[in-house]
Design a protein around this ligand. Structure first.
Ligand SMILES: Nc1nc2c(c(=O)[nH]1)N[C@H]1C(S)=C(S)[C@@H](COP(=O)(O)OP(=O)(O)OC[C@H]3O[C@@H](n4cnc5c(=O)[nH]c(N)nc54)[C@H](O)[C@@H]3O)O[C@H]1N2
Ligand SMILES: Nc1nc2c(c(=O)[nH]1)N[C@H]1C(S)=C(S)[C@@H](COP(=O)(O)OP(=O)(O)OC[C@H]3O[C@@H](n4cnc5c(=O)[nH]c(N)nc54)[C@H](O)[C@@H]3O)O[C@H]1N2
Ligand SMILES: [Mo]
Length: 762
């Protein structure tokens, strides 16, 4: 048997530290962006490419799902981290047959994720035969044939088809169609680990699993709460929108255990005046909540609103909205009044004095938006977190009117679109009916595996085939060792990828790498340049079109790869014309229009430079819930103190990574330089344990008595609440228990891992 290393490298790279920064973006951001572009593809080509990013008719930045403003800046509409994402994809480095001949899979598996990713773009299909040590080239025909014949030889429920959120609408639609025509709903996706809790929590309360606001609403809001999100790093273009809101008189409230620089000060790199002034303050209030203290905090804020309403009846709550559009207010109010206030204060770790100005701001204003991301969703009570956010908005009637509403800030640039296209293990019956009718297939009706269930099934030996449409399943999922061993039990694993990653090294008995075109590259089919479409975080569907020559002549588009497999696996029929769709993406859009509501006249409307907005009931106060109302909910105070270990650990992103893709080793804003194996700790906790600054410690997580271990992290004193610590993912993923997931959404609780910090024995 091939022996590969499953766990990420534990080698240290040499920690240096600087003072944490208090300003985001600015000229430093511009110079870092230039450095990444020039290292990967040369400065001139880099700038030429970047001029097309997020411009009408150009390429949609693969960095994040934040929408583009209508008035785009004339030249550049991207950010430092968008430039890094583009540089990473458009790199001139290549992983070709020679590279694979030189390096065995076993050797590559000992490299760090940073080194693996930096090797470059994959240039041709590669095959790893059973027991062989090296990948060897394989033709497209052989590779696609191998997949189809493997799938034909097993029952469909033994196959798993994963999707990462960069996949375009066109690919996603055809992929799910092929998988359902084949006979399974086993379609886990990155959303299961990301905003699933938002989807579940929002659907049941306001009838749509997506946010309700547009960019214009952000500009017009009177109060914006940014909860459990680090926009300075992960959605930098959001800072310009927040700044605009502030210029219009809005207040920003940041709820986060960490100060997170982007919400402190933002220097708009496109404004020379801003640079001279040293930027603008963004957050009016920062509430340094304890990890998972958000429900406690929201309850205290909402109690404050009830009290304010009593003092000033009819001026704080939106009674008319509550009566006309909601259900469950009285029950919610009664339960809220029962809250143990002292316990809630202890749980959120904040003082009444800190809460007072925030309650006042919320009481006075009626146009409130709450934005949130992973600090909220990746908790065992992630769905309840979202429901509490909705409760507050409903009390204020702050939904379905200008300047107000829900804003789950999505991660991957098309993760929302993929769901709209049917990438979902629990498809609605109405969706399957429409799909079946239009394509004359018989989709399976039983639900498929989500990400965690897929890993469990693989581990039980129930899965023989795994295909990843993008992404890096091994490194993105919890419990790396277990997941790796589970993957190794598959007979054939297939990764459709642009760049090399750990999921190409920790594989089934046989493995294939199918290299595909990236967003930035020209996609020519049948002699004609094609474009694809994506949906951003606010439900705007628009085009994306690459402009540079493909990294290799042997790459296929994701659409072609799906059509190639489907032709062999499913075959062509009058209602399944894979070859026609492959040759002309307009024809795929016609299928989407016929099956999915909201896409009328798709091909014409998407040619509008701004794209078009999908229908959204909550935005119109049409709540598509069973009772046609927005629903208040009652949620308990969840445990915030660790039960089995001493600390609660959140696993977060540094400023130099895109999920499992490591751009560099610096977390510049937090002052952590040249090292990713760090654990950010409160100074007093370090003193109590007798741990010195930068001392190397081991981490041990405990869940239901099971212990997981990860060695060698530098302890770094940081402004973080006591008993809370932070590490980076994917390095810390070996510590995240697979079964510690959110109720109802089954999202791994990557922001709540109970750990002990162990001094190294000398
Ligand atoms: N450059 C860059 N951009 C990205 C990504 C990337 O990796 N790099 N990833 C993309 C993806 S897929 C996603 S989903 C998004 C992720 O965007 P974020 O959600 O901003 O990403 P995280 O780093 O996971 O940050 C979570 C934030 O929540 C805070 N937090 C943790 N626990 C709690 C809690 O209990 N309560 C509160 N209130 N806060 C908490 C953390 O301190 C941190 O600031 O970004 C997208 N954009
Ligand atoms: N502990 C912990 N774990 C987490 C998280 C966390 O906060 N903490 N966050 C979770 C979240 S929010 C998410 S979204 C997941 C992310 O999980 P994934 O989406 O699975 O992971 P990525 O790192 O985004 O995937 C990167 C790989 O995608 C491939 N790729 C890039 N562009 C393209 C393309 O255009 N086409 C194709 N086919 N492939 C491409 C490249 O080969 C690259 O190596 O991770 C989750 N895991
Ligand atoms: Mo995500």
């Amino acid at each position: 048997m091939r022996k590969v290393r499953i766990l990420p490298s534990e080698n240290l790279t040499g920690l240096k530290q600087t003072a944490p920064s208090h300003k985001a973006a600015g000229m430093k951001g511009v110079t870092v962006a230039m450095k990444h572009l020039s290292q990967e593809l040369g400065l001139w080509d880099g700038l030429r490419l970047m001029a097309k990013v997020n411009q009408p008719g150009g390429v949609d930045c693969p960095g994040c799902a934040w929408p583009d403003p209508e008035q785009r800046s004339r030249l550049f509409e991207y950010c430092e981290n968008g430039a890094k994402a583009i540089a990473e994809e458009a790199t001139r480095k290549r992983v070709d047959a020679v590279f694979f001949a030189q390096h065995s899979v076993q050797e590559l598996s000992t490299w760090s994720d940073y080194e693996i990713g930096k090797s470059g773009r994959i240039t041709e299909p590669m095959y790893l035969a059973p027991d062989s040590s090296h990948y060897t080239p394989v033709s497209w025909d052989e590779a696609l044939g191998m997949i189809a014949s493997h799938l034909k030889g097993i029952t469909p429920e033994k196959a798993v088809f994963y999707t990462s959120g960069r996949t375009s609408n066109e690919t996603a639609y055809l992929y799910q169609l092929m998988v359902r025509a084949y006979g399974t709903n086993n379609m886990p996706d990155c959303s299961n680990m990301c905003h699933e809790s938002s989807g579940v929590g929002l659907s049941e309360t306001v009838g749509i699993g997506k946010g309700s606001v547009t960019l214009q609403d952000i500009y017009e809001a009177e109060v914006i709460m940014v909860v459990g999100q680090n926009p300075g790093t992960n959605h930098p273009r959001m800072l310009s929108a927040l700044q605009k809101c502030k210029v219009n008189g809005g207040k920003i409230i940041h709820v986060n255990p960490l100060p997170e620089v982007g919400t402190e000060r933002f220097v708009d790199p496109q404004s020379p005046l801003d640079i001279l002034k040293g930027g603008a303050k963004i957050a009016d209030h920062w509430l340094p909540v304890r990890i998972n203290g958000d429900i406690a905090l929201f309850k205290l804020l909402m109690l404050g609103l009830l009290e304010a309403e009593e003092r000033n009846p009819g001026h704080v709550l939106d009674r008319e909205f509550i009566e006309q559009h909601t259900e469950g207010f009285d029950r919610f109010r009664q339960a809220l009044l029962q809250t143990d206030k002292a316990q809630a204060l202890k749980d959120c770790g904040l003082t009444e004095a800190e809460l007072k100005p925030v309650i006042e701001a919320l009481a006075e204003k009626r146009k409130i938006i709450i934005c949130w991301a992973m600090g909220i969703t990746q908790q065992r009570n992630g769905v309840q977190n979202v429901r509490e956010i909705v409760n507050l908005l409903l009390m204020k009637g702050s939904i379905g009117k200008p300047g107000a509403g829900t804003c789950p800030v999505r991660g991957h640039s098309n993760v929302q679109g993929d769901r709209t296209m049917g990438i979902y293990e629990k498809p609605a019956a109405s969706f399957l009916d429409a799909l079946d009718r239009h394509h004359q297939i018989d989709s399976p009706k039983e639900y498929g595996f989500d990400t965690v269930e897929a890993i469990e099934a693989m581990n039980q030996g129930e899965v023989s085939f795994f295909m990843g449409m993008g992404g890096n399943f091994i490194s993105a999922t919890p419990d790396t060792q277990l997941t790796g061993e589970a993957m190794q039990k598959c007979d054939l694993t297939v990764q459709v990828s642009t760049k090399l990653n750990r999921s190409h090294l920790v594989t089934g008995k046989k493995a294939l790498i199918l290299p595909c075109l990236g967003r930035t590259e020209q996609d020519v089919q049948n002699g004609k340049m094609q474009f694809q479409t994506v949906e951003n975080s606010m439900g705007v569907v628009h085009r994306t079109k690459g402009s540079i020559a493909p990294a290799s002549a042997h790459l296929k588009s994701e659409v072609s790869i799906v059509c190639g497999i489907a032709r062999l696996l499913i075959g062509e029929t009058a209602a399944l014309q894979w070859s026609m769709w492959e040759h002309d993406y307009d024809k795929i859009r016609e299928q989407i229009e016929a099956v999915i509501p909201g896409f009328d006249d798709f091909n014409r409307r998407v040619r509008n430079p701004q794209g078009f907005l999908l229908p959204n009931g909550a935005r119109e106060r049409q709540f598509n819930t069973p009772n046609a109302k927005a629903n208040f909910s009652v949620n308990e105070l969840p445990p915030v103190d660790p039960q089995e270990a001493r600390f609660v650990m959140m696993t977060i992103r540094s400023h130099d990574q895109y999920n499992t893709t490591i751009y560099g080793l610096n977390d510049r804003y937090r002052g952590v330089i040249n090292e990713r194996r760090v654990v950010l700790m409160n100074k007093e906790d370090m003193q109590q344990l007798g741990i010195k600054e930068r001392e190397l410690v081991d981490l041990e997580s405990i869940f239901k008595g099971e212990r997981r271990h990860a060695p060698s992290f530098h302890a770094v004193p940081y402004n973080i609440p006591r008993f809370c610590v932070a590490t980076y993912f994917p390095e810390a993923n070996p510590l995240v228990p697979l079964k510690s997931t959110a109720k109802w959404s089954n999202t791994p609780s990557s922001k709540f891992v109970e750990v002990n910090i162990l001094k190294k024995s000398i």
